[in-house]
Design a protein around this ligand. Structure first.
Ligand code: GDP
Ligand code: MN
Length: 384
């Protein structure tokens, strides 16, 4: 789960991590008020669930009220990487002597929390990671030790030369680590963490993501959720017992089992097309569930063909076929539907789908190729 920068700042404040003051605005009137409070120099910042706002023109320094309103008008309503800007954060602009990067992240390869720090913070951090990875230092945090003062100081020494900055840095790292652990975060980063001309450390941007599996014990965090339309759809799907992730292609997939769903996506890609989604409808495939799943798929306007891939284990394929026929009777849609059934009673199942609206096939590769053909594309590989 993602939160906005202004919400991350609220958490930073709660944990004593210094940030520059500001307020959230949704209208020009509010921006004017904020300017009067935080001027003469303010920074206007788009609040969206995506990084790289600065580069996209979503972060602007304003030196007068007119400028603040002009930039506010530009940024409110802007589209940044497909995210619509509805809120901006207007902050008292800080003076920057140097920008640093610090971030905690769950690292799968070491199965630990990893702290990454760099003296090359700012909007180019991704390029630094590509071009000069040695400039980003990684510290594996052992969960039973955590980040005691001596370690935090040691790490801070790798960033700062000035002892006072080392102390401030170590303090911020410890606080950020506590925040990370307390809230079941999967990412907590400050980029940039700046040193001001007065040699004070200040977090002027913050980003946090949280583990969805911690929903049950992080009420305060999850109450902050401001989901985008896509995220809302995924949440609703979860409530219905599906796991659904929207993607950019046009073949809507409905599959039982996460592994089979991944394999289905791979197969579509192998033949040169793109899946519209990952959708695991779970074990059973009763008509009610199928109707819900199809509605979910079709709410994505890019979907022009549906591929249903079902492995009948305890669920029998003839039951699935019956369910599909019943579900599509209710649905009244004219989109082509390819069905691949395998497992218990597969022949009976396919037999039932003959002479119906469904394109019933036997193998996964047939299913992928048929779906691609129906969606109006050519397959790039021939059958092996
Ligand atoms: P991001 O692009 O989404 O990471 O947005 P940031 O909040 O990190 O802002 C991008 C860049 O804008 C920063 O790296 C800074 O160089 C600059 N910036 C952001 N806030 C301020 C500020 O208060 N004062 C100054 N002088 N520059 C800022
Ligand atoms: Mn940033």
């Amino acid at each position: 789960m993602k939160i906005h920068e202004y919400q991350t700042r609220m958490l930073f404040s709660k944990y004593g991590i210094p940030t520059n003051a500001g307020s959230v605005c949704t209208t020009l009137d509010e921006i004017e008020e904020a300017y009067q409070m935080f001027g003469p120099m303010v920074v206007i910042k788009a609040q969206v669930h995506t990084g790289g706002r600065g580069k996209a023109g979503g972060v602007k320094l304003a030196r007068s009220e007119d400028e603040a309103l002009e930039f506010g008008q530009q940024i409110l309503g802007m589209d940044i990487n497909g995210h619509h800007v509805e809120k901006v954060f207007v902050a008292d602009a800080a003076e920057i002597k140097k920008e640093y990067y610090v971030g905690f992240v769950n690292d799968r390869s070491t199965k630990s929390v990893v702290l990454m720090v760099s003296k090359e913070g700012g909007v180019e951090i991704e390029e630094v990671a590509q071009r000069a990875p040695e400039k980003i230092h990684k510290f594996v945090i052992q969960s039973d030790i955590g980040l005691p003062s001596y370690l935090a100081r040691k790490i801070a020494f790798s960033l700062f030369d000035d002892i006072d900055q080392v102390k401030q840095g170590a303090d911020i790292l410890k606080k950020l680590y506590h925040l990370y652990v307390d809230t079941d975060a999967t990412l907590a980063e400050i980029n940039p963490l700046i040193v001001t001309p007065n040699d004070e450390l200040l977090a002027i941007d913050g980003k946090m993501n949280f583990d969805d599996n911690a929903f049950y014990r992080q009420k305060e965090i999850f109450d902050m959720r401001e989901a985008t339309p896509d995220e809302l759809k995924e949440i609703e799907a979860k409530q219905k017992g599906f796991s659904y992730v929207r993607l950019d292609g046009n073949i809507g997939c409905m599959v039982n089992g996460a592994g089979l769903a991944m394999a289905t996506m791979d197969m579509i890609k192998l033949y040169g097309a793109e899946p519209a989604n990952f959708l695991d409808i779970g074990g059973s495939s009763n008509p009610v569930k199928v109707v819900e799943a199809i509605k979910l798929l079709l709410s994505d306007k890019n979907v022009n063909v549906v591929l249903i891939n079902i492995f009948g284990g305890i669920t029998r394929c003839d039951d699935v076929a019956r369910g599909l026929i019943q579900a599509f009777d209710e649905l009244n849609v004219d989109i082509p539907v390819v069905v691949r059934l395998t497992g218990t009673n597969e022949q009976e199942g396919r037999e039932m789908l003959k002479e119906t609206r469904f394109y019933a096939v036997e193998t996964m590769s047939q299913a992928a190729r048929k779906a691609i053909e129906l969606s109006g594309r050519n397959t790039t590989e021939t059958q092996s």
